[in-house]
Design a protein around this ligand. Structure first.
Ligand code: C2E
Ligand code: CA
Ligand code: CA
Ligand code: CA
Length: 279
């Protein structure tokens, strides 16, 4: 490796260094982003596919980087998680979503649930329950309007602890949803005792609908099981009308995806909400 001009190793380590440098820089930038108002939330409608009403909104975090512009949450959330920033960011997200629920309520929005993604580090943080309580008290949000989304793999990672915390959160009046369902190898025997309100079928299974036999089997099994257990069921990543028709026929409660709408700024969300109400 002395004469390394042409060696793959040198090339590899240059690339790796560049990668690492970029990552460290982004983590530095994330630290500043919170204080500098570079984060905001957008809201994706969740639509009752039969009644054509907006019943829910998933809050999704957006970061406008001063030089790079849009950075995907799929990139920066794991970085924030790794650098210990996600708990603080997550609390801000929850606070913002709670404030938004109060604003929309005052603007005449009825029976809407805002779903907030909760990361692993956040959910397992020292006093998550206490944080949620104080955010609710501070914002005066109606707990019944807020739903917490945790991923299936997080839910299954420490079942006893999870069940206890979810029960405490639901006792506050909040709802709980299991995100990315079907990807996390749940033991179905656990699922029946989970204190939850909703399951979200992962986009991975929605993509193959309505034609792929395997995805048909999985989607219909999830919907049937969710119904029997008394959980609401949401399909995510729905892009085409035939998917909507198929999921409606299965009895899926809510449809989320580009077919109805991309994530929207709060004002545009409000417009969309009343547009569907008036039809
Ligand atoms: P997720 O929770 O599974 O969110 C759904 C993602 O699918 C969102 O991507 C959404 O914009 C996208 N999506 C919705 N409908 C469609 C569709 O019809 N087609 C396609 N191709 N995509 C669709 P987004 O906003 O880029 O977020 C990516 C992930 O980042 C989220 O996946 C979630 O895991 C994470 N994330 C976003 N915001 C937050 C947050 O505030 N806190 C935490 N902890 N995670 C977040
Ligand atoms: Ca989610
Ligand atoms: Ca999801
Ligand atoms: Ca997903």
């Amino acid at each position: 490796l002395i004469d390394n001009q042409e060696s793959g190793y040198q090339f590899y380590s240059d690339e790796a260094n560049k990668h690492l440098k970029e990552k460290l820089e982004l983590q530095q930038d994330l630290r500043k982003a919170l204080g500098n108002g570079q984060f905001h939330l957008v809201y994706q409608p969740q639509v009752d596919g039969i009644a054509k009403r907006v019943c829910g909104a998933e809050a999704l975090l957006r970061w406008t980087h001063p030089e790079k512009g849009f950075v995907s949450p799929a990139v920066f959330i794991p970085l924030a998680e790794e650098s210990g920033l996600m708990v603080e960011i997550g609390t801000c997200v929850l606070r913002e979503a709670c404030k938004q629920s109060v604003i929309w309520k005052s603007q005449g929005v009825e029976k809407l649930t805002i779903s907030v993604n909760i990361s692993g580090k956040q959910f397992r943080s020292e006093d998550f329950l206490g944080t949620v309580k104080s955010v609710l008290a501070e914002t005066q949000a109606v707990p019944e309007m807020i739903m917490l989304e945790i991923t299936e793999s997080l839910a299954m990672s420490d079942v006893d602890k999870t069940v206890e915390l979810l029960a405490d959160l639901r006792a506050l009046g909040l709802e709980v949803s299991v995100d990315d369902f079907g990807t996390g190898y749940s033991s179905l025997s656990y699922l029946k005792d989970f204190p939850i309100d909703e399951l979200k079928i992962d986009k991975a299974f929605v993509d193959g609908l309505p034609n792929n036999k395997g995805d048909q089997a999985i989607a219909s099994a999830i919907v049937t099981m969710a119904k029997k257990l008394g959980y609401k069921i949401v399909a995510e990543g729905v892009e085409e009308l035939p998917q909507v028709d198929y999921l409606n026929a299965l009895g899926c409660d809510l449809i989320q995806g580009y077919y109805f709408s991309k994530p929207l700024q709060p004002d545009d969300f409000l417009k969309y909400y009343f547009e569907l109400e008036s039809n």
